[in-house]
Design a protein around this ligand. Structure first.
Ligand SMILES: Nc1ncnc2c1ncn2[C@@H]1O[C@H](COP(=O)(O)OP(=O)(O)O)[C@@H](O)[C@H]1O
Ligand SMILES: [Mg+2]
Length: 280
């Protein structure tokens, strides 16, 4: 498909080489060892340098794709009756800088995230350098029983993010890492805060996050367990607000889950909560 070719074209070797040379110079190394990671390359080319730095290279093309993605997601958000709440961050360098700052903010509020090193502009590309995490499993890679155990921690961490006025914006199983039983958030490309933004749009961004987290867990641990875990951090009203975003999340190609099941279980959960309330 033409569009696929256009948006997903590989970064030419010569341009990558200029990035690697500049990093070698900055970090005072005569030679560096570069390893490329399995990735989709839609939004960046990730690589590991000297088993020490995780580097994401963002090209002009990647930043263009990000605009396309956020525009179409905003169209989706409009059609589900909400103001568009996905931000786009201009040039490749601005994208890298945004992710660096967003990752710093996550760490400032006590959440785990890779340590950010720097964001650079090299030959028109944005280059984000972070700590390389050696051993981890993404949320989706965990055995079911382990994922079940960690699920409440995912929502506790998400709640902390939300209480501190931030929203992740791209919560998928691949963007949540488990390192020594701790939850790490990565890929903070769309993380945003509520400064200068209307409050209702942040409410939507939180509900969207919550819907995404449920959608990420449902395929592995089932709708009921995912909702029970979410209910340990979020109240029924918040869960019902997330329900409104389930269909919107399910039309995205990078989320595959049982939307009807999740919505049905959310309703059952709310009804049960109401009955429980009536008893006290
Ligand atoms: N700091 C890190 N250390 C080690 N591996 C990482 C790190 N950050 C991300 N990864 C791995 O690389 C993958 C892609 O990184 P991510 O930031 O999600 O970029 P993308 O924008 O391509 O999705 C992740 O799913 C994870 O497996
Ligand atoms: Mg990712």
């Amino acid at each position: 498909m033409q569009l696929r070719k256009l948006v997903r074209g590989r970064l030419e070797w010569s341009r990558l080489e200029s990035v690697v040379r500049e990093l070698a110079r900055r970090y005072d190394r005569d030679t560096v060892h570069v390893r490329f990671l399995e990735a989709d390359n839609w939004l960046s080319t990730p690589m590991v340098i000297d088993d020490e730095f995780f580097v994401k290279v963002v090209t002009e093309q990647n930043s263009f794709v990000h605009t396309l993605f956020t525009t179409s997601r905003n169209i989706g958000a409009f059609s589900s009756g909400t103001e568009g709440f996905f931000g786009h961050f201009g040039t490749p360098y601005q994208m890298a800088e945004h992710e660096l700052e967003a990752t710093e903010r996550l760490r400032e509020i006590g959440l785990n995230a890779p340590e950010p090193v720097e964001a650079l502009e090299i030959d028109g590309m944005g280059v984000l350098v972070m700590e390389f995490i050696h051993e981890f499993a993404t949320l989706g890679e965990l055995p079911e029983e382990v994922e079940r155990k960690r699920a409440p921690d995912v929502f506790a961490a998400l709640k902390r993010m939300h209480e501190n006025g931030l929203a992740h914006g791209d919560l998928r199983a691949e963007n949540v890492l488990v390192v020594d039983d701790e939850i790490y958030f990565i890929d903070a490309t769309n993380v945003r805060g509520d400064e200068h933004r209307p409050e209702y749009s942040m409410v939507s961004a939180r509900s969207y996050d919550l819907a995404c987290a449920l959608a990420a867990l449902e395929p592995h641990i089932g709708a009921r367990a995912a909702i029970a875990a979410a209910a340990s951090a979020y109240d029924t009203e918040e869960l019902l607000a997330a329900r409104e975003f389930i269909d919107f999340v399910s039309i995205r190609p990078d989320h595959t889950f049982e939307a009807a099941e999740l919505k049905g279980e959310l309703e059952k959960h709310a009804e049960q909560a109401e009955r429980d309330d009536g008893r006290v």
